[in-house]
Design a binder for this molecule. Sequence first.
Ligand code: ACO
Length: 351
Amino acid sequence: MGARIVGSGICLPETIVTNHDLAEIMDTSDEWIRSRSGVEARRIASPGVGSAELGAAAVLDAIDDAGLAPGDVDVLISATMTPDHYAPGNAPLIQDRAGLGTIAAHEIRQQCGGFLYGLDLADALIASGRAETVVIVGAEVHRGYMPYGDSMDILLGQRTGPPTEADRARATEGRAWSVLFGDGAAAMVLQPGPEHSGILGTTLHTDGSLFELIHVPGPGFINYPWSSVDQIEQGLHQPSMNGGELFRNAVRLMPAAVRTVLEDAALSVDDLDLVFAHQANQRILDGVAKQLGIDPAKVPSNIAQYGNTTAATLPLLWHDCKNENRVPEGTLCAFTAFGAGAHWGAALYRA
Ligand code: ACO
């Protein structure tokens, strides 16, 4: 008996930042960002709004969509790369804000693979009978990483430009990664499904030898003290990314994982209706379709509107597609992700 998605919900910050807005504060262009990544706009959370606030709102939206109440949830799984506080992470904050009571609240840290790891855990809990109703939430506020200095206020509409030369130079230095990310949260509610529906199988992988492909080198307990002004001055609190290698691995490993879950279920690529792939780059999504030999229309995308929302991309995409009536009962889908860790994998799902 596989876990079945019975509700989904989202919470997006109101501020929309377009590529044109970014071109006001750094040396970039809408044409570069759009053609290299497919991103046209992203949301940025307002000052004081963290991923726990967005995550809790998405959880409540999903519970409502499922026709349930907060008290019906047995387990919460929170996935984030950008918790409000390094410790204790987001799970307890989201649990409290959403009024879920003192249920178990897992905190998982698989970055872009976080929601997929959450799906596997939810499925295991439900299939083993240890939980009836599990909520998974992916929530991110990447704002704190952004190398924009005071230009952040220009993006948030709190003052007009132009930026200082120093802020412009710093933003331009970080443009290869910063333009890709956006803030947002999305959640799913899972319950036991009828035979031959819900999650049919999963495969998860981690290759720690690839951890430097994208990582945040600065604050951490290998240092004494674990965080310092020096690290910030050197930009070590921001992601360090090898875009090309990430790209090559993502295009190779996501399709391989999708093939594995299909083979395990004695199904083939031809049986697939949709592939929900982590939204990191439109060219990666096109590469996934090509590697699988499927119509790109079967690999939906909302990266143009939201950018890469890390742990939130898969549930955000599911929610959008569900609302567009693209996942009627019986639809065979794969969820797949690749990201920092490196963590990757796939889940096969029958709606
Ligand atoms: N605007 C204008 N020019 C830029 C920008 C920008 N925003 N960013 C980089 N450039 C310049 C570079 O400086 C470089 O200039 P040069 O040739 O004069 O040195 C040129 O554009 C080409 O840069 P590349 O890095 O080679 O561009 P590429 O085509 O490889 O695209 C990209 C870069 C978009 C980052 C791509 O490699 C990618 O998307 N990789 C995957 C990233 C990814 O998946 N990240 C998420 C990780 S998952 C997680 O867990 C968080």
